[in-house]
Design a protein around this ligand. Structure first.
Ligand SMILES: [Zn+2]
Length: 377
């Protein structure tokens, strides 16, 4: 099953429909009906299917079908053809996160063979890697329905350890519109690169403040909110005062930190400390911010039912928190308590020669079989 799923090139920019239709047909072959939640262009879809009673919410096994690109990465094998070597399975998505979905799908015959008191939902999403975009439609579509999941397990790679917290993310693009002129007459122009640099420097000062003053949560690495500028472009030639500059930046915030306040702070700096000087030279200049992506953080208590369930299934009695984002925060926001727990390591994700160990695959199988024993009537 892992081989089959890895064989579909579901890089986020591509359609995932070939994989989704394959899964739909496979489930139909076992008498399980699927519901698809399409994107605007019907190029991609989420899949939702329930095994067991349909009149109540059960436990969702959730994962994304998309994978990150392999462009420019030096792979030893074809990333979309599973290769087994020394107890490891190599291929794009083996760790992040087709193996969890594959194990769940492979066990469908066992799940349909038992009478379930609590239903098991399979929830497959698209466009997770580009900002947790796709799953939002499925979560919205399930709202108010009797079969809206009551609890959820997101199988992102945690080496089968229960993860009850992750950071949220807010990313933006800033456009600085300056005024072009000969650089010998720099005083008559408005230098967009310099204005952008002042804002980037301010973002860096925020990053230092969070690092040095908190707030802190020692369960995260690093234990504070991070701020980072990842791309910048502007200017055309050294002897021209640049008219345009754009840069992309992000906040990775601790659960409990208000991302609106972070955005407001940088917008306020730009509008009160940078823009007035620009406009005093040329009133038509200015600074604009555009939202890129955002998703909420995750914060679940160790005492909650879903955490206790995952403890029982893994045999773990300690929880962790991670700095990477997942769809779990969106489920929690929708009133579905969610824990992240899946096979493989995030260390292998997004890299060339991504792999999962067979030992992790087996651990995931055991985990889901124990779940079956608990939900069976
Ligand atoms: Zn992932």
């Amino acid at each position: 099953m892992i081989r089959t799923l890895v064989g579909f090139d579901t890089t986020s920019r591509e359609s995932n429909l070939a994989l989704i239709e394959w899964v739909r047909d496979y489930l139909a072959g076992h008498g399980v009906a699927s519901e698809l939640f399409f994107d605007e262009e019907r190029r991609k879809a989420n899949l939702f299917a329930t095994i067991g009673p349909k009149d109540r919410g059960g436990i969702a096994l959730s994962g994304h079908t998309d994978v990150v690109p392999v462009d420019g990465q030096d792979w030893s094998t074809d990333p979309f053809a599973l290769a087994e070597k020394n107890g490891r399975l190599y291929g794009r998505g083996t760790a992040d996160m087709k193996s969890f979905l594959a194990v769940a799908l492979a066990l469908v015959p066992e799940f349909v063979g038992r009478e379930l008191a609590t239903p098991i939902h399979l929830a497959l999403s698209y466009d997770e890697e580009v900002g947790c975009l796709g799953v939002r439609r499925m979560i919205a579509g399930l709202e108010g329905r009797p079969d809206k999941p009551r609890l959820c397990i997101v199988g992102e790679p945690t080496e089968m350890k229960p993860v009850i917290g992750h950071k949220g993310k807010r990313s933006l693009r800033c456009h600085v519109h300056g005024y072009e002129c000969h650089s010998a007459l720099a005083h008559e122009g408005v230098n967009a690169v310099e204005a952008a640099a002042e804002i980037v420097a301010y973002l860096k000062s925020m990053a230092r403040r969070f690092r040095d003053e908190g707030p802190y949560d020692p369960d995260f690495v690093p234990p504070y909110t991070t701020v980072h500028t990842g791309r910048i472009s502007g200017g055309t030639a050294l002897n021209i005062v640049p008219k345009d500059c754009r840069f992309d930046f992000e906040f990775r915030f601790l659960p409990g930190v208000d991302p609106e306040a972070l955005v407001e702070e940088v917008v306020r700096f730009a509008s009160t400390r940078v823009e007035p000087e620009m406009k005093s030279v040329r009133p038509e200049t200015g600074i604009q911010f555009e939202e890129l992506t955002s998703f909420p953080g995750l914060a679940i208590d160790a005492e909650e039912e879903i955490t206790q369930l995952v403890f029982a299934l893994t045999g773990a009695n300690a929880t962790g928190k991670v700095s990477f984002g997942t769809e779990a925060g969106l489920y929690q926001k929708a009133g579905i308590p969610t824990v992240v727990c899946g096979p493989g390591s995030i260390d292998q994700a997004h890299k060339p020669d991504e792999f999962i160990s067979l030992e992790q695959v087996r651990a995931c199988e055991g985990f889901l079989r124990r779940l079956l024993d608990r939900v069976a009537a």
